[in-house]
Design a protein. Structure first.
Length: 306
């Protein structure tokens, strides 16, 4: 009887476990189906298509590594787009991190109207990208914009042409990206800062630590995991950025703001070179994956301040 009762209890526990697992899987199943249909299948199709030649009017033709050879040897636009992507990422990421953390520290203080200023700083992130881009380009209009008007009033006789200049177009886009995104990352940092005990700052102040020392030994170690998260989010988003360039400069003037994602769009939907565009997309995928793996590998060292 004891054996029968024990077996019945084990069977009952297994049945209960299966039911719990089914409930858990039922919650994640819609997301898994969406990932499989809209992400996994397109990635596999793009990988296969990268070894083929295909436009909208001809059948798919297998060409092996031809697209990749063409990309690395005969396509100067690819190298320009890669250089612009790296430039855009290397500048945008640290500037956004620094400004977001600075604003979070400032908004974490007991200042009058801080709720209002938090809302103002966060607003560009939730606003329509088109609206934000239109406002930014109006501010930096080389002929009638208030920024150049102010510079001329201060004595600058030949202010920059901003988005109309091959030299200043990318910095203009970087400024727009930082302005739109820093409010969100400020909120993320703010949540991390509010979890830091005020007793730590009080004790450090009593020990004679200045603000810079408090930042280095209290604030920064406490927000290091958050910084790692933001760094990963920023790196991925900047490498695959496309919409800002499309709305503002269409990759111009010339190819000054053409990035890899925009080059993929042009190759596929303007030149109808879907196989070649898939090859470029695979290169971008490998770059993003490599950067992500490097970041994960360096996570322990990055968070060793704690």
């Amino acid at each position: 009887m004891n054996r029968e009762n024990s077996a019945a209890q084990i069977s009952k526990k297994r049945s209960l476990t299966r039911k719990k697992n089914l409930v858990a899987y039922s919650f994640i199943l819609p997301n898994l189906i969406g990932f499989f249909i809209f992400t996994f299948i397109p990635i596999v199709f793009s990988l296969l298509l990268s070894f083929c030649e295909w436009d909208s009017g001809n059948p798919v033709k297998f060409v092996g590594l031809k697209n990749f050879i063409t990309m690395f040897t005969n396509d100067s636009s690819f190298w320009i787009a890669l250089k612009n992507t790296l430039y855009y990422t290397v500048v945008t990421v640290p500037v956004t991190l620094a400004l977001s953390l600075f604003l979070a520290i400032l908004m974490n203080k007991n200042l009058k109207g801080r709720v209002f200023f938090r809302s103002v700083l966060f607003f560009p992130y939730v606003a329509s990208l088109v609206a934000v881009a239109v406002v930014w380009m109006a501010l930096f209009n080389p002929d009638r914009g208030p920024v150049n008007g102010l510079l001329m009033a201060l004595g600058v006789s030949n202010p920059p042409r901003w988005a109309a200049s091959t030299t200043w177009a990318m910095p203009t886009i970087i400024g727009l990206t930082v302005w739109k995104g820093m409010g969100y990352y400020m909120i993320v940092y703010l949540a991390a800062l509010q979890g830091v005990s005020g007793d730590l700052y009080e004790a450090a102040s009593l020990d004679g630590a200045g603000r810079w020392q408090q930042f280095l030994h209290i604030t920064w170690p406490c927000v290091t995991p958050t910084t790692f998260f933001i760094l990963m989010m920023l790196m991925v988003s900047t490498f695959k950025s496309y919409d800002i360039m499309y709305i503002t400069t269409q990759g111009g003037p010339g190819e000054a703001t053409k990035v890899l994602a925009y080059h993929i769009f042009n190759s596929a939907f303007v030149s109808s070179r879907f196989g070649y565009a898939s090859a470029v997309a695979m290169v971008l995928f490998v770059i993003i994956m490599g950067v992500t793996l490097i970041q994960f590998k360096g996570e322990k060292r990055f968070t060793s301040y704690l």
